[in-house]
Design a protein around this ligand. Structure first.
Ligand SMILES: N[C@@H](CCC(=O)N[C@@H](CS)C(=O)NCC(=O)O)C(=O)O
Length: 209
């Protein structure tokens, strides 16, 4: 399988981490994609021109949610996504929230990257930051337990990717909202396979921050 991704992508990191956790990385070749380049083949593989996209023998799978579902299936089912209906629903909602934070953080980044200074709309950026703040405030009310050697589920994998991405791009400081998640990040970083090798470029491991 070929995974089209880029080192800074939080969505790409989430699926890479899931593949590490499930021991699937030896079946995957990661191929860099530059989504800004109009000649990059990602636009032929995924009409939306977005990463991650997973190319298998039979199809191209996008987006990150669907790739995670596929990896869970390859892992035997009920591995990174619980099978029990209640636990599954909780996990999928948390995953949707993680992805929503990534979307909002990315829009903050894109506002700076794609618009000239005089065209930036600060109220739009604040609107996105507020989504991140509200989501983090909700996360802060939930107990999150990660015990070394547990197989993390997709909501835990995604949360680690979210918090690191917020440290990487700095749209806001997540520790102001959920300071007790520092402990989660430290145990996750110390125990989960692939954590270090998938870090965004130049970001220290959570154990060093
Ligand atoms: N909903 C998608 C979002 C993926 C996404 O937005 N990826 C970004 C990179 S981090 C991208 O491809 N951006 C290029 C674009 O929007 O044209 C998923 O979960 O996979």
């Amino acid at each position: 399988m070929i995974l089209r991704s880029a080192p800074a992508s939080p969505f790409g990191r989430m699926v890479k981490l899931a593949a590490h956790v499930l021991g699937l990385m030896d079946q995957i070749t990661v191929e860099h994609s530059d989504t800004i380049d109009p000649d990059d083949t990602i636009r032929l593989q995924n009409p939306l021109g977005k990463i991650p996209a997973l190319i298998t023998d039979s199809r191209v799978i996008y987006d990150s949610r669907v790739i995670l579902e596929y990896f869970d299936h390859l892992g035997g089912g009920g591995t990174i996504i619980p099978q029990d209906p209640e636990a599954r629903m909780d996990c999928l909602i948390r995953n949707a929230r993680n992805i929503g934070i990534m979307d909002a953080a990315l829009l903050v980044v894109y506002e700076g990257r794609y618009r000239p200074d005089e065209m930036r709309v600060e109220s739009f950026v604040e609107h996105q930051r507020d989504k991140i703040r509200r989501a983090l405030d909700q996360i802060a009310t939930e107990s999150i337990e990660y015990t070394n050697d547990d197989m993390p589920d997709i909501s835990q994998i995604g949360l680690a990717c979210v918090l690191d991405y917020l440290d990487f791009r700095k749209p806001i400081n997540w520790r102001d909202h959920c300071p007790h998640h520092v402990g989660f990040m430290q145990s996750f970083a110390a125990a989960v396979p692939g954590y270090r090798v998938t870090l965004p470029p130049g970001l220290d491991p959570s154990t060093l921050r």
